[in-house]
Design a protein around this ligand. Structure first.
Ligand code: SAH
Length: 360
């Protein structure tokens, strides 16, 4: 058991079972033993690899998307360019490179990063040398201005709670401990307003997840965009609504037991985009668009061909595999979804299904 695991077992023995959300928060962000607070987990040698780390094409296309949407909205002369959970800073660095020649874009952009991990803040400063960065602990402190925001694999890292449907209502899944380690248990029946509608689309024994911290973040972003203009682009694995248990631990690119390495494995849950879109009202939500479709609409195949022309051998193989990995339905193309938010009267967005995921 990891040092954090031993701490948690002792704590549960003293003060009782903990929620999945408390467990996730401790494992990911504990000041001394947390997964994100103590390491850079990305890349081949890390535990997982994200889209911007797979290929520069991902960030370049998102950069051009942002520049197009900014232009379509009349090119506001001062705006906040923000990212939630920027990881190594690779996505933002590709966005800035791809937009360097868009007239006026860099001059108007004020760069703000929301990042909890001190280790990753340093990596982001390194990746974005030459750009002025303002860091935030929370999106609530972003300045009031048109907001162009990206969040790739941010919401999946926020702590979820899980509820299992019993005979007559919901029981929270709790984490207990004994001499053998951590184990699952169920709390007493609870009635939560957020679960009220879910008796209609679930059966006894099924699990529903609630990403409580995501909702006020979506609400805040939605209000800013509805008031000042701009757009948010949220990309993650998940679906319109939470369906079943998606809580998972990842270490060395393998899925492992969620209790086996507290603080030393990444913990995530799929994102339910419908609740985010509803929380963001009055901002207008796009339809939920598969990542593969979005990237194809933005022209990833043309860009891939252009880059391929300068490559050969192993580098070309890697490049072809990266294109496939980002877009193919059996890889990230369908599992990952894209949701965008704009002001209700904003022009249509490139690459996204226009049928809103939530309506007022
Ligand atoms: N967007 C990056 C990294 C995704 S990993 C990429 O695509 O590669 C999740 C990121 O969110 C990390 O940077 C992590 O430190 C950050 N993060 C996780 N929980 C957070 C929280 N509660 N507040 C701010 N940042 C958080």
């Amino acid at each position: 058991m990891t040092p954090l695991g031993q701490d948690l077992i002792a704590r549960i023995s003293r003060t009782g079972p903990m929620t999945v959300a408390d467990y996730m928060t401790e494992c990911l962000l504990h000041p001394r033993h947390g997964y994100y607070t103590t390491r850079d987990p990305f890349g081949q040698s890390g535990d997982f690899i994200t889209a911007p780390e797979i290929s520069q094409m991902f960030g370049e296309l998102i950069g051009l998307w942002l520049a197009q949407v900014w232009t379509d909205q009349g090119a506001p002369s001062a705006f906040v360019l923000a990212e939630l959970g920027p990881g190594r800073g690779t996505l933002m660095s590709d966005v800035l490179r791809a937009t360097a020649r868009v007239p006026g874009f860099h001059g108007a952009a004020d760069l703000h990063l929301v990042e909890a991990s001190p280790v990753l803040r340093r990596a982001q400063e390194d990746a974005l040398q030459g750009h002025k960065i303002t860091f935030h602990d929370h999106p609530g402190s972003l300045p009031d201005a048109p907001l162009f925001l990206i969040a790739n694999e941010f919401f999946d890292a926020l702590p979820i709670r899980q509820f299992q449907r019993g005979k007559t209502g919901w029981h929270e899944r709790m984490i207990g401990a004994d001499a053998d380690g951590l184990h699952w248990g169920l709390g007493p029946e609870t009635a939560l307003e957020a679960l009220a509608g879910r008796l209609e689309d679930t059966k006894e024994g099924q699990i529903v997840e609630l990403n409580a911290p995501a909702l006020p973040i979506a609400e805040d972003i939605g209000n800013r965009i509805a008031t000042y203009g701009g757009a948010a682009l949220i990309i993650d694995y998940g679906d319109a609504e939470s369906i079943g248990d998606t809580f998972q631990a990842l270490k060395d690119h393998e899925t492992i037991d969620v209790f086996s390495s507290p603080g030393a494995a990444d913990l995530t849950a799929h994102v339910a985009f419908g609740p985010l879109a509803r929380a963001a009202l009055p901002a207008r939500a796009s339809g939920l668009t598969p990542q593969g479709v979005f990237l194809e609409e933005l022209g990833i195949t043309g860009r891939a061909r252009q880059l391929a022309a300068g490559l050969s051998g192993a580098a070309l193989e890697t490049h072809i595999a990266a294109h496939r990995r980002l877009t193919h339905p059996e890889e990230m193309g369908t599992l990952f979804k894209v949701l965008a938010l704009t002001a209700p009267d904003a022009p249509p967005l490139p690459g996204l299904d226009p049928n809103p995921l939530a309506s007022p």
